[in-house]
Design a protein around this ligand. Structure first.
Ligand code: AQP
Length: 333
């Protein structure tokens, strides 16, 4: 019997994947895959909480799967699938919506940030998406959820909902723990180092994409906003430089202190150029493998179809339990 602990995590295909997505999440997933039983999902239901061009969404969802594999996640040992292929996600989300409090959802920082400017036009799906995220996680009796720092609050909600359901009915869900890496759990924007790097940012110079040319990456890093202090210090007073040190540290494995020492007498030009080189070095094999994978769509289809089949079996088992506990008349699934 497989007694490995379970990991679930996912990425929203709402844009092309950034260095933030990679360093905050996917790189960690690849590192954890041998130790855990892993479910890595492309959370397309989350993406449509804001409007997506249908053609683009389909294309991007496949590309993201290819990027998971290219980043080293082995499809033979891990379950990778499209969220919309396993309908238990939407079904459990409904039940969890019904035990979620409006007050708690309104306190979610991501909702508050978006609602500040245009609450009237936000979709109800965007408001309740943390309950869907909880469903994603709880369906697989997940022990650990590796995410970036920005998702910690939603994970806390998933834990609350698991505990609430367990105490209202009886023990049903494993209460999951969050996993964030010490360094790189919040990569900031290159143009605005005071807010996180996001794939749907309007300014393309604010983010590095996993899949872009070395040249583009180099240009963006060289153009990144720093300061006039001209010292490579890991300090809150220098958010741009701090962010570049974080990126370099996560990519090379060198400590922030070692990086400070190495660049003590170097100018920002040399430092930025080394950061760009290290990032390109890290992404090079992923970019190459991605190109190869995208030429083999049949293989990608096989991975996501088999993944959905495996996920479905586990997810249905949990959903059956939940439906029974809330009092629905059982049926054959
Ligand atoms: N800047 C970041 N630094 C570290 N981790 C990050 N993640 C996202 N941005 C950073 C982590 O990547 C995983 C997938 O995120 P997501 O795509 O599901 O949603 P998100 O957090 O909303 O990512 P974006 O890029 O900011 O998307 P948009 O712009 O569409 O909202 C998560 O583990 C996340 O923490």
């Amino acid at each position: 019997m497989n007694d490995k602990k379970v990991i679930f995590s996912g990425v929203k295909p709402s844009g092309d994947l950034t260095l933030g997505n990679y360093l905050g999440a996917i790189k960690n997933w690849a590192e954890l895959q041998d130790e855990y039983e892993c479910y890595y999902c492309i959370v397309d239901l989350h993406a449509v909480t804001v409007h997506q061009d249908p053609k683009e969404l389909r294309k991007r969802s496949l590309e993201i799967l290819a990027q998971y594999i290219a980043a080293g996640i082995n499809p033979d040992d891990n379950t990778m699938f499209m969220q919309s292929h396993v309908s238990a996600h939407a079904e459990l989300a409904w039940v969890l919506n019904c035990i979620s409090y409006m007050g708690q959802l309104k306190r979610m920082t991501q909702f508050k940030d978006k609602a500040r400017n245009n609450e009237e036009n936000l979709s109800a799906g965007f408001f309740t998406y943390p309950a869907l995220m909880a469903a994603d996680i709880l369906l697989y009796q997940t022990d650990l959820v590796p995410v970036g720092d920005d998702q910690k609050q939603h994970l806390e909600l998933a834990r609350d909902l698991a505990e609430r359901f367990n105490s209202k009915y009886s023990d049903t869900f494993v209460v999951p723990d969050v996993y964030t890496s010490k360094i790189g759990s919040r990569i900031m924007g290159l143009q605005n180092p005071n807010s996180k790097m996001s794939k749907s940012d309007d300014n393309k110079n604010d983010y590095v994409l996993i899949i872009e040319s070395d040249n583009e990456t180099e240009k963006k890093i060289k153009k990144s906003i720093t300061d006039s202090l001209n010292q490579v210090k890991f300090s809150d007073e220098q958010p741009g430089i701090k962010n570049l040190i974080t990126i370099l540290s996560k990519v090379t494995g060198d400590s922030t202190q070692d990086i400070e020492n190495k660049y003590e007498n170097a100018g920002y030009g040399k430092f930025k150029s080394d950061v760009a080189e290290a990032v390109n070095e890290e992404l090079k094999p992923i970019r190459q493998r991605f190109e190869e994978l995208m030429k083999n769509k049949d293989y990608l289809e096989q991975v996501y179809l088999e993944g959905a089949e495996r996920a479905e079996t586990v997810a249905r088992k949990t959903l059956r339990k939940v439906y029974k506990k809330v009092g629905f008349i059982p049926r054959k699934f």
